[in-house]
Design a protein around this ligand. Structure first.
Ligand SMILES: NC(=O)c1ccc[n+]([C@@H]2O[C@H](COP(=O)([O-])OP(=O)(O)OC[C@H]3O[C@@H](n4cnc5c(N)ncnc54)[C@H](OP(=O)(O)O)[C@@H]3O)[C@@H](O)[C@H]2O)c1
Length: 163
């Protein structure tokens, strides 16, 4: 399906495919949070209800579309009942880019439709209860650079992948 916006995904994955623990990220990496902020700023975000609940609040200057069948409508965010519904809300908001930001089912359903994937590969293993096995095959690396989170001494490999 073609959209009026660029549909992209953004995710951070540890060496053991960890992405979440106890409803939060398994790590606290300021460098990675800054990267997420700079890439997504002024665009729209599509996320599952648990990912929304993991945020500190509504992220400034970004439209939030939350896929949920249980959450009550809330001021400042858009509720959708499915991925298709989320994409039709995104069309009506007319952003330049829409980012799928997780969790697992959102990635499974939307990554095949995305024209770019931003992956932060966290170069350590973490305890987790949510894992995502992202298949890098078939993508071309458009951008790649290494970052270091100095507070924790953690290396991060950022890659922008295109299909
Ligand atoms: N490392 C990363 O890049 C990253 C990214 C995102 C999240 N996370 C982490 O992953 C965990 C959360 O992810 P998760 O996979 O457990 O949950 P999630 O996808 O964020 O939320 C699951 C909920 O979203 C709704 N939902 C999701 N897909 C749906 C669909 N296709 N149709 C209808 N409803 C749908 C349902 O809400 P209702 O129950 O309300 O109906 C479902 O219970 C947290 O620990 C978070 O910090 C990590």
């Amino acid at each position: 399906m073609s959209h009026s916006f660029s549909l992209e995904a953004i995710l951070a994955i540890a060496r053991n495919n960890a992405i979440g623990l106890d409803g939060k990220l398994p790590w606290h990496l300021s460098t990675e949070l800054q990267l997420f902020k700079s890439i997504t700023m002024h665009h729209a975000l599509i996320m599952g209800r648990r990912t929304f609940e993991s945020l500190p609040g509504i992220l400034p200057n970004r439209e939030h579309i939350i896929i949920t069948q249980s959450m009550k409508p809330m001021h400042g965010v858009h509720n959708a009942i499915s991925v298709e519904h989320a994409l039709s809300i995104a069309e009506s908001l007319a952003p330049q880019k829409v980012f799928a930001i997780g969790g697992k089912r959102i990635f499974d359903e939307l990554i095949p439709q995305c024209n770019a994937i931003h992956v932060s590969r966290i170069m350590r293993e973490f305890n987790a209860d949510t894992f995502y096995d992202f298949n890098f095959q078939g993508y071309t690396i458009e951008q790649s650079h290494s970052l270091r989170d100095d507070e924790t001494g953690t290396d991060i490999l950022y890659q922008k992948l295109i299909i």
